[in-house]
Design a protein. Sequence first.
Lengths: 221, 480
Amino acid sequence: MGTKVMATASARAEILRRIRAAKGGASDADAASSEWEGLARGYRRSASLERVAVIELLEDRLWDYDAHVARVARVNVAAQVASMLEARGKRRMVVPAGLAVEWLPAGFEFVVDEGMSAAELNEVDGVMTGSTVAIAETGSVVLQNVAGQGRRAATLVPDYHLCVVRVEDVVETVAEGMERLAPTAELTTTFFSGPSATADIEMTRIKGVHGPRFLDVIVVD
Amino acid sequence: MSGTALDPKTAPAFPIAARTAMKDAQLRKNVRHATEVIQAKRARVVAEMPDWQELREAGKQIRQHTMMHLDFYLEEFERNCTRAGGVAHWARDAAEARQIVTALVKASGSDEVIKIKSMTTEEIQLNQALEEAGIRAYETDLAELIIQLGHDRPSHIVVPALHKNRHEIREIFRREMNLPEIGDRPEDLADAARTFLREKFLRVKTGVSGANFLIAETGGVCIVESEGNGRMCLTLPETLITIAGIDKVLPRYQDLEVMLQLLPRSATGERMNPYNSIWTGVSEGDGPRTFHVVLMDNARTEVLADEEARQTLNCIRCAACQNACPVYRQTGGHAYGSVYAGPIGAILTPQLQEMHHAQSLPYASSLCGACYEVCPVKINIPEVLIHLRNKVVKQNGALNVEAVAMKAIGAIFRSEGRFRAAQRLGRMAETPLVRKDEKGEGWIGWLPGMLGGWTQARDLQEMPKETFREWWEKRGGDGN
């Protein structure tokens, strides 16, 4: 191991030397920072639609990706969850710690993920989570490793994902979404835009390869 | 189709390889169909963005800025990644990168790896090196799986199996997965891949990936993908090894807001690809316990040193230029002899070879500019192509045929007397080659030597008996 570390250290010095020689000198934090501040950002960085239209756009984009979407009042989340699980024939769902208990209807089994193995996750009917941000323009929902959203494996291995999005977490543009995420940028983060898909065969988009093949989203007012 | 890797050092020159590809009607049909579909999808989702040109400009400026401060941003990335529990390694070239990755896989205690599609690992022919070290690599991207099982080679940066149609893919899966009954609907094929790979995702303890972006400010890594195979490889193994070219760094987290709009719309014509993953080092109880990132030069600093070609490094590997290129659309990717095909390959490949190999690639273009128009970070590919042609000629010395011919033509064009003499000489010299058609017009169907390139695909009309100047002078030259 000792010699390998040495090799890497000299490779590091050599690559940095080559870069500096190539562009005629070393760079520093002040120069990089002041130049970065001056980069042109003429693109849209705030919403242009009314709130109602933003939420409708999100729903529209999600349907477009073949997700099922329902919009309900806060008090009706559990009933909506029950109806979606019923429609999909799902009984046993994994949920991350910290998911709002009032969202969970009776009559189904909700297993809290306390470090389940991948094989165990492969056996449940689906997963239910909240979300951090949703981006209407691209139909994307963003999960981070926080209470109610949990670790990445749990939203990946099961074949069905039921995700709850609060309207106050919906933004119109990608730029607004990234701004919301910035304070927690270092948490593991997953964007999903529809169910897993591929276009590798003759460029035909088909739903469902390795990630959850079925996606339901509940937008809560 | 051979199973050997695409290696610019041993690949035949483009015109020779292209001639073979042009004879494969099925390949050309598949490539044409796929590139037409992606181009139409891209055009639709780009048109709905009122600020597309502003995004392109921002993308260009961010990438340019990054290259001018590359040393600073790489060190910042390394510092932040390390702080978050990652381990950074540096590799001067492909051999060093292969060596580091192989040693890391062995240290992880596994003799198998699951892989996310990565052109960087194709560039350094990693799978072959792993195999030689007794490590089995499973490609998990559907297209890469098709390539691997078919003992084939990638022909496109984003959709490596774009040259195969569903019937050909069905044959590969039927044979290699031992599924005699498999259908040829894309759904059937994707289902087969799901079943085939799921067991590997759940079992294999080491993952290998490339990277779309390294974020200097946070030490995070971002990967965009469609199928979820990427998420599987990033999340389920105990050890994750990421290989990234040093050009993949971005200054700040906020810069993703530009790249995550430019990349999916340009690459697959989607508003957003199904999955983006961002992770920083290791996180307790969520994903791999050990994370390595290998920062690889492999001649990228050579590209950086050439002021006029430096913009090549701004590439974010969307392949929009491949889909738009009239040359690529005819030949497909293999003729380029490199994992980087199409217009970006024509400028990137010879530079990564430090101009010692793939010298024919800068000529594999009609300079129509379609690539520049679709590039999300505004790389002026035609400009770089001409610059590299210049380099090739210079490198081949002042005595090579093209340089001598250009010099002679320059001398002729500078003098009226020499120009007239050349025209007379041309009329005499062409006489034995001219054949008359039924209208009595003369055509030349074959020219000797280097001039033969012109008559390979079309006839040349014979020179007129009298030039405009001669005609004008005969009339007395007063214009009446």
